[in-house]
Design a protein around this ligand. Structure first.
Ligand SMILES: Cc1cc2nc3c(=O)[nH]c(=O)nc-3n(C[C@H](O)[C@H](O)[C@H](O)COP(=O)(O)O)c2cc1C
Length: 191
C-alpha cells in the first residue's frame, strides 16, 4: 500500500431514507483496508431530468458540476445501488447522463467498483452489467472481481440497526474493497 490515502467517493443509487443500499454504503468505511477513505459523493437528488436544452441554455446545474468535480478529484468511485426493473435506477442513470456531458468528463480512466443490494435473490446482477456497459462508454476502469451482489437483502441487513448481519457478505465486501485498493494503485499514473 502506498503511503498516500486512497480517496474513494460512494454514490448510492437509492434515494429513500430506509435504503438497504445506503446501509451498505454507510458500512463501507469500517470495512475498508488501511489507507482507503470512503466518503459519500455529493448528492444527485436535486438533478433535473437531463435535457440538452438545459445544458445549452442555462448550462450545467451547480449540483451536476459538484458531483463531476468530486468524481474527478477522487481516486476511485464506488456505486452502491439497487436494481430497478432489471436495470439501473432512473435517478442514478440520469445522474450518470448529466455528469457524462461535463467537459473533460470525469469517469474517463477513473477506477470504479459496484455493489448492489436487492430484495430479489439475484442481488442486482442485471443492473450491474448495464452499469458496467455505461462505464465502458465513458472509458471508466471498472473492477471485474470480486463482484458484490447482496440478494434477499432484508435477511442479510438489519433494517432497524443498519448493520450487515450476514458475516459472509461482510467478508466479501472486505475482499472487494481490498481488491479495489490494489486496482486503484496499479492504475494510478496510467492516465
Ligand atoms: C421501481 C422498482 C423496481 C424494482 N425492480 C427490481 C428488480 O428488477 N430486481 C430486484 O431484485 N429488485 C427490484 N426491486 C426491489 C428492490 O430491490 C428493493 O426495493 C430494494 O430494497 C431497493 O433498494 P433500497 O432498499 O436501497 O432502496 C424494485 C424496486 C422498485 C421500487
Amino acid at each position: 500500500m502506498a503511503d498516500k490515502t486512497l480517496n474513494v467517493i460512494c454514490i448510492c443509487g437509492s434515494l429513500r431514507k430506509g435504503s438497504y443500499n445506503r446501509m451498505v454504503m454507510n458500512a463501507l468505511p469500517g470495512l475498508a483496508p488501511a489507507g482507503m477513505s470512503i466518503k459519500e459523493a455529493p448528492p444527485f437528488s436535486e438533478f433535473p431530468l437531463y435535457n440538452a436544452d438545459t445544458e445549452t441554455g442555462s448550462g450545467f446545474p451547480a449540483a451536476v458540476q459538484k458531483l463531476a468535480d468530486a468524481i474527478r478529484a477522487a481516486d476511485g468511485v464506488m456505486f452502491v445501488t439497487p436494481e430497478y426493473n432489471f436495470s439501473i435506477p432512473g435517478g442514478l442513470k440520469n445522474a450518470v447522463d448529466w455528469v457524462s456531458r461535463v467537459p473533460n468528463q470525469p469517469f474517463a480512466s477513473k477506477p470504479v467498483a459496484i455493489q448492489s443490494a436487492t430484495g430479489g435473490p439475484l442481488g442486482g446482477g442485471r443492473m450491474q452489467y448495464d452499469l458496467r456497459r455505461a462505464m465502458i462508454f465513458l472509458d471508466a476502469l471498472t473492477l471485474n472481481k470480486p463482484e458484490i451482489f447482496i440478494g434477499n437483502c432484508s435477511q442479510r441487513i438489519d433494517a432497524k440497526t443498519g448493520q450487515i448481519t450476514d458475516q459472509q457478505t461482510v467478508g466479501f465486501i472486505r475482499q472487494q474493497l481490498a481488491a479495489f485498493a490494489r486496482f486503484i494503485e496499479q492504475r494510478s499514473g496510467q492516465h
